[in-house]
Design a protein around this ligand. Structure first.
Ligand SMILES: [Mn+2]
Length: 289
């Protein structure tokens, strides 16, 4: 029977609503990376995974939009990746190993952040097994800087680092609304910037290809997601996300992450609930619902 490598994961603590602790029979493997070491503005995403798990109990297991129920799928919560707090490079490597271990267990990875810099670790592991992988990014920010504040693994460089481990070079950046002039020039030149209106057509063009969805929660409007380190006005609401999830029906979603929740920045707790509901949608979609 497949065994969870205890050297990679800290298995203590709460788990997501309805999750199993062991991978046998499961299709999706949830894990957290509680890291915010490069955060430049307002820290606190290290507490994101725990907050998502804590509030998940307050949600229904049934998703009326998808007409699917967490009780009808089997997924495992593997706990938190063991990381050395400090420089990002060892964290990205630990994240890569963790995502690899999740796939070794026969599970599709669903990672909870933590800051966005961790995504390149997971994307690298998934792309190594799916060279044709397409990356779909929800984010307020382009994240295409090569360096930021002296670091190549800053969360402001998240997509630049992902592109380095993405053989297909196919990155769809959905309705990005913040970045430098150079970043926006690149978005246009590479035809990576995809509006919500264009998304159905762009997704149809990659139908069947393995797809990794990275959700930086600051894609949502600060009015509904104030608990994030770099809020950017002009964002989206639950209905926009639900429409996007509907478009993923029939797509070959092989992995996903949900990053940048800083629960301490939202005293109402609503941001964590929104994040937990995003996770519920992705669990169901990854499980084939
Ligand atoms: Mn962002």
């Amino acid at each position: 029977m497949a065994v969870v490598p205890e050297t990679l994961f800290n298995r203590d603590g709460a788990i997501y609503m309805g999750a199993r602790r062991q991978p046998a029979g499961c299709t999706v493997g949830l894990f957290g990376v509680p890291y915010d070491g490069t955060t430049s503005f307002r820290p606190g995403t290290r507490f994101g995974p725990a907050a998502i798990r804590q509030v998940s109990d307050g949600l229904e297991t049934y998703d009326p939009q998808l007409d699917a129920d967490l009780e009808d799928i089997a997924f495992c919560d593997l706990g938190a990746v063991e990381i050395a707090f400090g420089a990002p490079e060892p964290v990205v490597e630990a994240t890569r190993q963790a995502a690899d271990a999740v796939m070794d267990l026969g599970l599709k990875p669903l990672m909870l952040g933590g800051e966005h810099s961790i995504s390149s670790g997971a994307v690298g592991a998934v792309a190594a097994r799916h060279p044709d992988l397409v990356l779909l990014q929800l984010d307020a920010h382009a994240d295409l800087r090569d360096q930021w504040l002296g670091g190549r693994h800053s969360h402001a460089c998240a997509m630049r680092r992902c592109l380095e481990v993405l053989p297909s070079q196919e990155l769809l950046q959905v309705a990005i609304r913040s970045g430098t002039r150079e970043e926006f020039s690149e978005l246009q030149r590479e035809q990576r910037l995809v509006s919500l209106e264009q998304l159905p057509e762009r997704l149809a063009a990659i139908a069947g290809r393995p797809l990794y969805l990275t959700v930086d929660l600051d894609w949502f409007d600060p009015a509904v997601m104030s608990g994030t380190g770099t809020p950017e006005p002009g964002g989206f609401c639950w209905r926009d996300f639900a429409n996007l999830v509907a478009l993923l029906e029939g797509q070959n979603l092989v992995a996903a992450d949900v990053v940048e929740l800083a629960p301490g920045l939202d005293s109402s707790g609503c941001s964590a609930v929104l994040a937990a509901k995003v996770v519920r949608s992705l669990l169901l979609r990854l499980a084939g619902c």
